[in-house]
Design a protein around this ligand. Structure first.
Ligand code: NAD
Length: 334
């Protein structure tokens, strides 16, 4: 086992007023799959986050190099690179471990490899940091989150408030595409995205988008389709060299930051996430979630939907239900 620890100097200037101070709580974040296409930029972004005091990087290969590289950045967090166990004392564990899509593959095609990886990592989380908030990035998220829940239930550590499927990239894409079409500053835009994280299960609610733009129905349909196919757009452009990594690292860092703010008691932190839910009849569903000191403080309802969104919601349910059941069956039979 290799363990690399380095404490960086400086970083005081990067503390954001109101969110972190020199006496900010000690917060440990682990990235599992830290040497991958998402893991490396995500490790850098978490190193830049002033709320993080300890950053543990884990991968089955190349962790020492990534840790040695990232630890030279001038922020306060101590970086540890492990090829072994990285989880003790973690507040937030982010999981981008696994294989990405190639052109022509759906997220579900990744199931056989990634399901096993996620299962093993979640067993280790249950053992070493059962109280951590788990941010699941590994696809298919619609199945890997239910797998994680089953692993935690078996271990007796399941807390539905602490398990999150990261769907932030769908929100990031919906915001960008909407801002372009509505000709508004993307920094001012908000668009909730609900449902799941694959194809038609991704349901952006453009009727709730702000600022209001009153776009015609055809534009809303095109924006919805582009948001649903955003991942495939990147997979095809990368032509066999993987899926979204940089925008995903950005989205993963945003969501982990929201979790840390919630843990630190910052009020009114709301993000969309795929969580255990009673918003629909499905046991897991992505919607707006209020984050707090225990993880999920409140799963928010959908609010009024347009007819097009209502139709999309009914269409996505059978596919999402099947993906959830596939995850549960895998976890229980293997
Ligand atoms: P990648 O192949 O570049 O990196 C994956 C990393 O995981 C590799 O470094 C690999 O060594 C590591 N790994 C494999 N098994 C491991 C294990 N048991 N423990 C620890 N690390 C392990 O892939 P990527 O492009 O970074 O994508 C990673 C995952 O994220 C894929 O499943 C991909 O589909 C998913 N993804 C999710 C979203 C989302 O919106 N949630 C978006 C893009 C990609």
């Amino acid at each position: 086992m290799f363990r690399f620890v380095a404490r960086s100097a400086g970083g005081k200037h990067l503390l954001r007023r109101g969110y972190a101070t020199e006496s900010a709580p000690d917060r440990k974040v682990a990235v599992l799959g830290a040497a991958g296409g998402i893991g490396q930029p995500l490790a850098l972004l978490m190193k830049l986050n002033p709320l993080v005091s300890r950053l543990a990087l884990y991968d089955i290969a190349n962790t020492p190099g990534v840790a040695a590289d990232v630890c030279h950045v001038n922020t306060r967090s101590e970086v540890s690179g492990y090829l072994g166990q990285a989880l003790e004392g973690c507040d937030v564990v982010v999981i981008p471990a696994g294989v990405p899509r190639k052109p022509g593959m759906t997220r579900d095609d990744l199931f056989n490899i990634n399901a096993g990886i996620v299962k093993g990592l979640c067993a280790a989380i249950a053992k070493y940091c059962p109280n951590a908030l788990v941010n699941m990035i590994s696809n298919p998220v619609n199945s890997t989150v239910p797998i994680a829940a089953e692993v935690f239930k078996k271990a007796g550590t399941y807390d539905e408030k602490k398990l999150f499927g990261v769907t932030t990239l769908d929100v990031v894409r919906a915001k960008t595409f909407y801002a372009g079409k509505a000709k508004v500053n993307v920094a001012d835009v908000n668009v909730p995205v609900v449902g799941g994280h694959a194809g038609i299960t991704i349901l952006p609610l453009f009727s709730h988008a702000t600022p209001k733009a009153n776009l015609p129905e055809d534009d809303i349909k095109a924006l919805t389709k582009r948001t649903q196919d955003g991942g495939t757009e990147v997979v095809e452009a990368k032509a066999g060299k993987g899926s979204a990594t940089l925008s995903m690292a950005y989205a993963g860092a945003l969501f982990a930051d929201a979790c840390l703010k919630g843990l630190n008691g910052v009020p009114d932190v709301v993000e969309c996430s795929f969580v255990q839910s009673t918003v629909t009849e499905l046991p897991f569903f992505a919607s707006k979630v209020r984050l707090g000191k225990n993880g999920v403080e409140e799963v928010l309802g959908l609010g009024p939907l347009s007819d097009y969104e209502k139709e999309g919601l009914e269409k996505l349910k059978p596919e999402l239900k099947a993906s959830i059941e596939k995850g549960i069956n895998f976890a229980n039979k293997s």
